[in-house]
Ligand binder design. Sequence first.
Ligand SMILES: NC(=O)c1ccc[n+]([C@@H]2O[C@H](COP(=O)([O-])OP(=O)(O)OC[C@H]3O[C@@H](n4cnc5c(N)ncnc54)[C@H](O)[C@@H]3O)[C@@H](O)[C@H]2O)c1
Length: 365
Amino acid sequence: MAPDALELVFPRRNEKCTIYFSDQLISRVPLELFSGVSSVAIVSDDIVSKLYSKQLEERLSETAKTHMIVIRHGERNKNLTTVSSVANQMSDHGLDRKSALIALGGGVVGDLAGFVASIFKRGIKYFQFPTTLLAQVDSSIGGKCAVDTKWGKNQLGSFYQPEGIFIDESVLTSLPKKELINGLGEIMKSSIIADPTMFGELESLPAKYFEMQDLRKFVRRTCEIKASIVEKDETEINLRKTLNYGHTLGHAIESASRYRLSHGKSVILGMICEAWIAYELGILEKNDFERQTDLLLKTKNHFRITPRISKKEVLAFALLDKKNTSGVIQMSLPEKIGKMHAGKNELFTSLVSKDLVARSLEKLN
Ligand SMILES: NC(=O)c1ccc[n+]([C@@H]2O[C@H](COP(=O)([O-])OP(=O)(O)OC[C@H]3O[C@@H](n4cnc5c(N)ncnc54)[C@H](O)[C@@H]3O)[C@@H](O)[C@H]2O)c1
């Protein structure tokens, strides 16, 4: 049976991307996507490759020469040294412009391998095979590829669309529970920015549910939401900014914690603060603010041990955000559940004072 699929079109460079959804897709990747491909490099990390590379390699070797390239797991390896090592290994294996690359792993592998695909021989065909909840519902979709430098996260990158994304929810069964929260935050965010029905479903679930592995029923819908937004605004001129909800303060909290607080937890805290700001600015109604906060707080069991974070530092990091000018912070804020505030000129950003941000952090306590 052919996997269920969702087609995306990116008019900017007339590119297409198909998202395939199916269990056990790892051993059923559609081979017709690789017709005319001379060889394939599978890029994965040292944890995921042990679990899944054999099945994918076996499947792809039915159609092309396949080479496995393994990087060390973790954000600290998402850098130019790893890019150079992967690209050199691809050249060692004789990959050329007709070759393809598959990123098999979480967001770290996806961001890095996508970046390599965008610059190897000035760009080769590539595919995403996301294996974390975050990568399935967020990072694999939309073509943002990047690596970190000593100046911070994602400082070097490109917009480069994969031709296909393979969402195989069965690979989530091996994912450590502590990784779930990162994708969970994005699922909740998607419901707040674009889907009041999904919000209602999430709201009706007991808090215990959010500690479990089985969030599959929300994966497909969250992918659809992200896909429909990035298709309309690939390079984040306006609508795509709504996906940054919770991220302005979330990134600042993550940086101030020196990355001891995960990205997902930081974004959940960021959304709680930014929802309060929207309420204070009169953009979000009290009832919707309270419902949203109640939903986000259902994840609080994931926060049993939280590092001490200095509010002063969060504020300093928030002011450093590249979107800001002259001490005023820019954010994308919700207007009601399922709808983001369009703001001036429909740019989906609002200006927020330093003082209001500081007060939202006080409230978080
Ligand atoms: N490009 C985008 O639009 C975008 C969006 C959000 C986040 N990101 C990036 O994504 C990265 C974070 O991604 P992440 O949260 O997936 O983390 P990750 O890639 O570091 O993966 C987390 C851990 O889970 C392990 N793992 C992955 N899949 C597994 C599986 N199925 N079973 C067992 N273990 C598994 C990995 O080896 C790793 O140790 C960050 O670099 C962030 O900047 C990018």
